[in-house]
Design a protein around this ligand. Structure first.
Ligand code: ADP
Ligand code: GN1
Ligand code: MG
Length: 377
């Protein structure tokens, strides 16, 4: 689909869903790398507006299971919010709008898959954060999200992408991509390959903790980029979005991926590597907000695992971007020919920065854990 997909076609797709009023305008929104997202406004003033998404079927092979997962998770959270007497529940959890045939998605004549959510509005989301308040709110939101799911049976969820955060799996794919050298780009990325290979063993620490039975599988979000939290106009967190990868995982994964976007002074794909430095105050604020809610369920070993997540995620993201670069850009949307390489370099610089500051970051985690009176072994 072209970037300028005809808005009349998008509106026609919106009409396939149970929406109130007639859809009148469609505007592309968001900066995600996977799905295509459109804001749909209707002619009905007293009803909500909508968010229409084309689900990337290359990435998500089983859309039926994906949408069932999302329904289970959102209904679980909604029931809790209602029980607590929370106001504006539809702003605090995503609401799936079914298609007119009652399915949770619609397949168009090109075999593209679509879904609709109620639009949460007005809101903002940030690719790069600006303030400690935003970071603290992000921590609160993802801590609360994990807490809300602690009592949901993880067997009820399917793995929408198996081994999604498994570094062994990501490295195996990376080595295969190197062997294939499908886009004939291997020679130009020898330095990046070497950097990744040197660190393979040390990146297994979370898997090793799991193998020793120290950390439990919980239900985690698995894509905790900061722009997957919607904030209100006063920068208070409203809702965690982008639930495609909610499935069993380790809490360190969500912590690490969130920190990957929060701690970086620059964007995920910053071309000027000197701009990629650590924003420690935002790291502290996120960690503080996270423990406010996560303190209710985290075990001492899980707290110890958090720093490993911080080290793993920029590295694993670099492995994934470089794999896609070697494959010829088939997974992530790219905006220019070298985009995946630029992203790889930026994430490796960030991985280097967090590795260099490991002790300082871990000591902040401990200080914040103590502040929230969490016992550490
Ligand atoms: P992607 O997988 O492409 O990142 P997301 O589900 O994160 O897709 O959505 C992309 C963007 O659309 C978000 O960053 C956010 O700005 C906006 N968005 C998504 N869902 C909603 C919603 N229910 N209400 C308002 N805005 C939303
Ligand atoms: C993708 O959809 P989006 O842009 O929120 C990716 C994440 C990566 C992220 C890197 C399903 O997330 O895993 O961390 O890009 N999502 C999927 O920016 O692969
Ligand atoms: Mg997103």
């Amino acid at each position: 689909m072209s970037q300028q997909m005809d808005s009349s076609l998008v509106l026609k797709i919106a009409e396939k869903f149970f929406i109130k009023g007639n859809p009148v305008t469609a505007k592309r929104v968001g900066s995600g790398h996977i799905n295509d997202t459109f804001q749909i406004l209707t002619d009905s003033l007293n009803e909500p507006d909508y968010l229409l998404q084309r689900i990337n079927h290359y990435v998500f092979k089983d859309v039926e299971a994906l949408m069932q997962n999302i329904l289970i998770v959102t209904e679980h959270i909604r029931a809790k919010l209602i029980k607590e007497g929370a106001g504006d529940v539809y702003k605090k959890v995503l609401t799936v709008v079914p298609a007119k045939d009652k399915k949770l998605y619609y397949i168009d004549e090109n075999s593209d898959y679509w879904r609709v959510y109620v639009l949460i509005d007005p809101t903002q989301s940030y690719d790069v954060l600006e303030t400690e308040q935003q970071a603290r709110e992000g921590g609160r939101a993802f801590g609360r999200f994990q807490e809300q799911l602690t009592d949901l049976n993880s067997n009820s969820l399917k793995y929408t992408i198996p081994d999604f955060c498994n570094i062994d799996f990501r490295l195996k794919n990376f080595h295969q991509a190197m062997q294939r050298n499908a886009a004939l780009r291997r020679d130009e990325v020898q330095n990046e390959i070497e950097y990744i290979i040197q660190r393979e063993d040390q990146m297994r620490s979370i898997l090793q903790m799991a193998e020793r039975g120290e950390i439990p599988l919980r239900i985690t979000h698995n894509d905790t980029k900061f722009n997957n939290v919607l904030l209100d106009k006063g920068d208070k967190a409203l809702c965690v979005i982008d639930l495609d990868t909610v499935m069993p995982g380790y809490v360190a994964y969500d912590f690490g991926d969130a920190i990957r976007t929060i701690i970086n002074h620059a964007a995920e794909d910053e071309a000027d590597l000197t701009k990629i430095t650590l924003n420690i105050p935002l790291f502290s604020a996120y960690t503080d907000g996270y423990f406010e809610n996560a303190r209710h369920f985290l075990s001492p070993h899980e707290i110890e695992s958090l720093i490993e997540g911080v080290l793993l995620f920029p590295y694993m993201q670099a492995v994934r971007f470089l794999t896609d670069y070697l494959d010829g850009d088939i997974y992530y949307k790219v905006h220019h020919k070298e985009h995946n390489l630029q992203r790889t370099r930026a994430q490796l610089k960030l991985a280097f920065e967090v590795e260099t500051h490991r002790e300082e970051l871990n000591s902040i985690i401990h200080t914040m854990a103590n502040k929230h009176l969490i016992h550490i072994q």
